[in-house]
Design a protein around this ligand. Structure first.
Ligand code: NAG
Ligand code: NAG
Ligand code: NAG
Ligand code: NAG
Ligand code: NAG
Length: 337
């Protein structure tokens, strides 16, 4: 997979070219276009644009990139050199990419066999960069997460296609959550439906925030290399009631300056976490086992959902063995006990 698929800008603009044909069918299950207005809070995070109310339209994105001079393809000192290997993950539950007939427009990442220790596996709904519907795009990264006892549903079948005609909408992530809530994931083992995460890279991260809005089933939000672009949408953050974690790619990443803003604007007292590694917008998802982003996110999840004290210290304590700081992440956090 070409690295460019990871970039909201490049992939998004390509998708925009595809959508420019007005006669092409667009499967949009949303009913209206969200227009931001301070004090106006729609019932759900749906929108007619990909990624929902927290996202940016493709024409606005193009204008944003032009205005800021941001290059979504820029890499950093920590960017992977070449494509990593496909593995079964480094965790205790060898995992794989798979599909399931009862969620046909998604890709599943799960342990190959139900864990014999019957560990309870938190469920993650994942949105891809560019709101792409190619569900295999983050294979290395998501297989790594699954190998630690998680089940992930990413938007789109492994080879793309599905219902959304090029870009995913909030409903795609919601379909994943509904499927899990109905017991769809139990064939992979025992699923923890009390601890659902919405996560995603770039446009998919904004989709994660949009699906989490007013949906109390989602207990954690993880945003990868992204945050809200438009200042006039940031007031919506007051409706975010669960901890948010940002893993961003340093000053070349368009997620970086915006995560700075959103981190400061979250509701008072809300626990949040922000880490930054010099990779640009592309992160390390394509590296073997998802590279340093894979390690960081697995430890974050194990801290949050398994109360793993070692994982917590890796995230929070610069001097702990294998800390994110020792991996060259900048780390900021607040309100954790
Ligand atoms: C696995 O754990 C779940 C609770 O997490 C429990 O309901 C179930 O009975 C357990 N299954 C086995 C085979 O032990
Ligand atoms: C999956 O996508 C296809 C083709 O785009 C669509 O016809 C179908 O309704 C979708 N299936 C589900 C379960 O959403
Ligand atoms: C880490 O913080 C330093 C000091 O503020 C800054 O110069 C550097 O760009 C940051 N690196 C990343 C990857 O965010
Ligand atoms: C969900 O995660 C929280 C936070 O770590 C934890 O305290 C709680 O036990 C988890 N709930 C379940 C049902 O696992
Ligand atoms: C806790 O996290 C550490 C660091 O990631 C890991 O090595 C260890 O296996 C985890 N413990 C459990 C019980 O999952």
């Amino acid at each position: 997979m070409a690295p460019s698929i990871y970039y909201l800008g490049v992939a998004g603009l390509l998708a925009y070219a595809a959508l420019a044909n007005p006669t092409a069918p667009i499967s949009v299950r949303q009913t209206g276009t969200f227009v931001p207005k301070p004090g106006y809070f729609p019932a759900t995070g749906d929108d007619t644009i990909a990624g929902g109310i927290f996202c940016i339209s493709l024409p606005d994105l193009a204008a944003y990139l032009q205005r800021t001079g941001n290059n979504p393809g820029a890499t950093g000192s920590e960017s992977p050199r070449g494509q990593g290997a496909v593995t079964q993950g480094s965790g205790p539950y060898p995992a794989q990419m798979t599909t399931t007939q009862d969620l046909p427009n998604h890709t599943i990442y799960a342990p190959i066999k139900p864990p014999t220790d019957n560990i309870s596996m938190p469920f993650i709904a994942f949105g891809n960069g560019g709101c792409s519907t190619v569900g295999s795009t983050y294979r290395n990264f998501l297989t790594e997460i699954a190998s630690h006892g998680y089940v992930v549903a990413a938007d789109g079948p492994p080879n793309g296609g599905g219902g959304s005609n090029g870009q995913s909408r909030v409903q795609d992530s919601r379909d994943s959550i509904e499927w899990a809530m109905k017991g769809g994931a139990t064939k992979y083992g025992t699923i923890n439906l009390q601890n659902i995460t919405a996560a995603g890279h770039s446009c998919g991260g904004l989709e994660a925030m949009s699906v989490s809005y007013h949906d109390e089933r989602v207990k954690r939000i993880m945003l990868l290399d992204i945050s809200i672009f438009q200042d006039n949408r940031r007031y919506l953050l007051s409706e975010i009631k669960v901890p948010v974690a940002w893993f961003v790619g340093g000053s070349k990443d368009m997620g970086y300056p915006n995560a700075e803003k959103d981190y400061a604007l979250l509701n008072a007292g809300l626990p949040s976490y922000k880490a930054s590694l010099d990779t640009g917008h592309g992160g390390t998802y394509s590296a073997t086992n998802g590279g340093k982003f894979g390690k960081a996110v697995v430890n974050y999840l194990n801290w949050q959902y398994r109360n793993n004290a070692t994982a917590k210290s890796i995230l929070l304590e610069p001097t702990s063995a294998g800390s994110l700081v020792s991996d060259h992440w900048n780390v900021t956090y607040k309100n954790w006990t």
